[in-house]
Design a protein around this ligand. Structure first.
Ligand code: 5GP
Ligand code: MN
Length: 323
């Protein structure tokens, strides 16, 4: 990342005019935590700012596990944002490509400038300014550096940043967990982030129906040709009234099978549409597999959307890309 990109990013953020901070569809804690932290920082400077994201669930709502994040009053649903005033600036967080904005995609055309803040190596650099640090453990690491020049690090901003950091490092276990990551975590705790409360909300809370569905998905996992995979169908999930976010934990269980390097979970988003999550235990670049299939991500964690009837077909797409 060049000093130029930092300077241009800081210039765009310290300007005036309406700003929309948008993150990827069905956001995780890194995407939404980054967006809300930036939103809170910009608002504290008196800038007009809204934060938004799309979901694949029919009724727009903040995912239950992220409802604890501060800054709710900054949030607006995509239809409201799209019918609102033209923004001077759109900032995207943790969003590897423009299509990942889902319903918010038309915003990019309208804004005077687009600032892309991300850490995905596969980022397509769709901004006017692209602040992409592929060495950063999370997008909130990049946002933390932006916040330093913009606002005081209060407990609310720290909580948003910590949520992204603890999520994307797998609770400080994954490869990008450096001494600097722990130093940032310390700074965020000192500023008031509560690791017990954040951890409980993000990782240790589900519904009974969600726990049962996790068990069902794990029970029918298959281990075939170097891949462990399972699926949760759209009908199966929605019959239980469960949102797409309720099955994000399935991959974290099946990827522990040490017999194979690659784990795949096919998540039914709509009939004939699967959001496919992939994880590698180290030897396979699933990011490259995802890119070849129209998606993106990181070397060891990536995903794409498959428009096929069955999960077997989605897994066949993955297998065809593996050596
Ligand atoms: P997850 O499996 O947790 O949904 O995503 C793992 C990683 O892959 C994340 O970095 C996420 O942003 C990325 N990813 C997941 N699905 C897609 C997709 O459809 N397109 C792109 N570009 N990236 C994806
Ligand atoms: Mn991320």
């Amino acid at each position: 990342m060049t000093a130029d990109a930092w300077e241009s990013a800081r210039d765009l953020l310290s300007d005036n005019g309406r700003c929309v901070v948008a993150c990827h569809i069905n956001p995780d804690a890194d995407a939404l935590g980054s967006a809300l932290a930036l939103g809170l920082a910009l608002r504290s400077r008196g800038r007009e700012v809204v934060v938004s994201f799309g979901t694949d669930d029919p009724a727009w709502h903040v995912p239950d596990a992220l409802a604890f994040l501060p800054g709710h009053d900054l949030l607006a649903e995509p239809s409201t944002v799209l019918s609102g005033p033209t923004p001077a600036l759109v900032v995207t967080t943790d969003t590897g490509s423009a299509d990942r904005l889902g319903p918010l995609l038309p915003l990019l055309e309208r804004a005077d400038a687009v600032l892309v803040v991300d850490h995905h190596a596969t980022n397509t650099r769709f901004g006017t300014v692209n602040l992409i640090d592929i060495t950063a453990a999370s997008t909130t690491v990049v946002v933390a550096q932006l916040v330093h020049g913009l606002a005081d690090l209060d407990a609310d901003i720290a909580t948003c940043l910590y949520a992204g950091l603890v999520t994307d490092t797998g609770s400080f276990r994954f490869a990008a967990t450096t001494p600097d990551v722990h130093r940032l975590a310390a700074e965020l705790l000192e500023a008031g982030a509560d690791p017990v409360a954040v951890g409980r909300e993000l990782f240790d809370t589900a519904t009974f129906a969600g726990v049962k569905l996790l068990g069902t998905a794990v029970a029918r996992a298959c281990l075939e040709d170097g891949v462990i995979w399972t699926s949760v169908g759209y009908e199966e999930r929605t019959r239980l009234g469960l949102p797409i976010a309720s099955i994000e934990g399935v991959i974290d269980v099946i990827r522990t099978a040490a017999e194979v390097d690659v784990a795949v979970v096919c998540k039914g988003v709509a009939p004939g549409q699967w959001s496919v999550s992939m994880r590698s235990r180290g030897a396979t670049d699933v990011g490259a597999v995802a890119v070849a299939l129209g998606g993106g991500g990181h070397k060891l964690a990536a995903g794409f959307t498959a428009h096929v009837a069955t999960p077997e077909e989605a897994v066949a797409l993955v297998r065809a890309q593996l050596p």
